[in-house]
Design a protein around this ligand. Structure first.
Ligand SMILES: [Zn+2]
Length: 260
């Protein structure tokens, strides 16, 4: 029997006024500016919480001109999650806004695609454009975690628990993975940066920083196939997610929404 999960998006940051061509390749720069939100995701199943991504650290966010509304850890704690109880963290990819804060989870293992580790420690990173969204200290930290038996590597599509699996996509980064999770409304896909905004996914637009543009497009087909409908695909940075879905509770308005 497949397990049911509760799934939440937790917002920890926001950035307004982005020029459209900073988010969408080929967009008219005169079009009105766009906002992006920053999320982590929480899946609650019978074996405890599974956290998807970790957001950026305050230090890195400040360095890159991004503001933290509240830390991702504070968001999780507001949801009643004790950080020491988090055993499994899925890292969709190693961009700075998905893998900071790893040191706040002393008992967690990090689930990562083989290809993401190879990508971020190899030849591709000699290209400034490709390495732009990685922090070398965070990549090095993940290498250290390997030597501490805290990284669980995945190759392609793998079930972590009944009702929760990871799926390699590539495209945006070589080892980008999404998460497919079974809920009371069916199979949801946490697309992360496979689709920054709904617009990327629905109109097959491309975020300007990528490893492989064809892989980005193939990723749209794969997340669509994995989800029960297009409405079951959750983009990684779309402010609309906070409007479409209901607050996780009255106290958590503008902090967390329930996606299932
Ligand atoms: Zn990214």
């Amino acid at each position: 029997m497949t397990t049911l999960y509760e799934v939440y998006a937790i917002k920890y940051g926001h950035l307004d006024g982005r020029p459209p061509d900073a988010l969408i390749e080929g967009a008219d720069p005169h079009e009105s500016t766009l906002g992006i939100s920053y999320f982590i995701w929480l899946c609650i199943g019978p074996d405890g919480p599974v956290v998807v991504d970790l957001g950026f650290s305050e230090k890195t966010g400040t360095k890159r001109g991004r503001q933290v509304i509240r830390t991702p850890m504070a968001g999780l704690q507001a949801m009643g999650v004790a950080l020491a109880d988090v055993k499994d963290i899925i890292i969709t990819h190693l961009h700075y806004d998905h893998v900071g804060n790893f040191d706040a989870f002393p008992n967690a293992r990090f689930h990562l695609q083989d290809t993401e580790m190879a990508y971020t420690t190899g030849r591709d990173m000699t290209d400034e454009r490709k390495r732009h969204f990685f922090e070398v200290d965070e990549v090095c930290a993940m290498v250290r975690h390997v030597y501490e038996d805290r990284v669980v590597f995945h190759a392609g599509d793998e079930e972590l628990f009944p009702g929760l699996s990871v799926h390699h996509l590539g495209g945006h980064t070589a080892g980008l993975q999404c998460v497919r999770v079974f809920t009371r409304r069916g199979w949801i896909v946490l697309a992360s940066d496979a689709a920054h905004l709904y617009r990327h996914f629905h109109d097959r637009l491309i975020f300007p920083n990528y490893h492989d543009a064809d892989g980005v497009l193939a990723g749209y087909d794969k997340v669509r196939d994995l989800a029960d409908s297009p409405d079951h695909v959750i983009p990684g940075h779309d402010p609309k997610v906070m409007e479409i879905y209901p607050a996780a509770s009255e106290d958590l308005a503008d902090i967390a929404v329930r996606l299932d």
